[in-house]
Design a protein around this ligand. Sequence first.
Ligand code: A2P
Length: 277
Amino acid sequence: PVTQEKTKAVPALPDAQTVTDVKHYTDRLFSFRCTRPASLRFRSGEFVMIGLMGDPHPETGKQKPLLRAYSIASPSWDEEMEFYSIKVPDGPLTSKLQHIKVGDEVILRPKPVGTLVHDALLPGQRLWFFATGTGFAPFASLLREPQTYEDYDEVIITHTCREVGELTYGRDLIESLKQDELLNDVIGDGFWKKIKYYPTTTREESPKMGRITDLMKSGEAFADLGVEPLNAETDRAMICGNLAFNLELKEMFEGYGLEEGANSKPAHYVVEKAFLD
Ligand code: A2P
């Protein structure tokens, strides 16, 4: 009877939201959408804590939420929430989260925070998004945010991944902007022509190979894009990738004369670490 009670006593998830869509891209990457809490307001580019209930405690049978910080990949106006995730075989959360299906529940703590927001940047002419892997997620939100095109003349997004298949989520998202009714209405036809997309791979053959950091150091990326290197007067940037990538770009930016900003002190660029389980 004891074990029966334990399995029966599973409580409804706290802050539960219902999964509405799941897409798998590679054996390492997937995205999902879920319902949005009616009272949740956030700024495009922010993150929230999401997760599932952990395994029952071996003795007490109690379950605790297993939560991680996830960038919200959907824009602030969307009636649903979208997330883009890595699958780590032995990752405490993603080893389970990768199996979610439409109709399942996830925990979503409705307390959005983050520095990859327009408020943390001074006005500028050109906005750069630098991502590796799942670091694309906050930019999937910002690329669907009208303010991005109201505030800047040009938006350049670079995405470096190991393999070609890991670029699919970002490529599809950028392609979908052309048909985005809200952006076309609010910003006007052809707003997407302001976007320059620069995908690169490091471990599988593709039209542009190499780390974006190396391609910038050699000048190749700027030549390909037909733009000048970043400068503090015109350029603003947001960085979201693995730790080594973030640190290397920060160092390069300081060399270009750009200063790091924050919500309390807007400046030229902002950084956030991409989630790794
Ligand atoms: P590489 O294959 O040369 O390590 P990960 O999946 O490990 O997070 O890496 C995602 C992408 O980021 C990979 O293409 C990886 O390239 C690249 N990367 C890792 N470290 C850096 C760095 N310091 N600067 C630029 N790109 C990096």
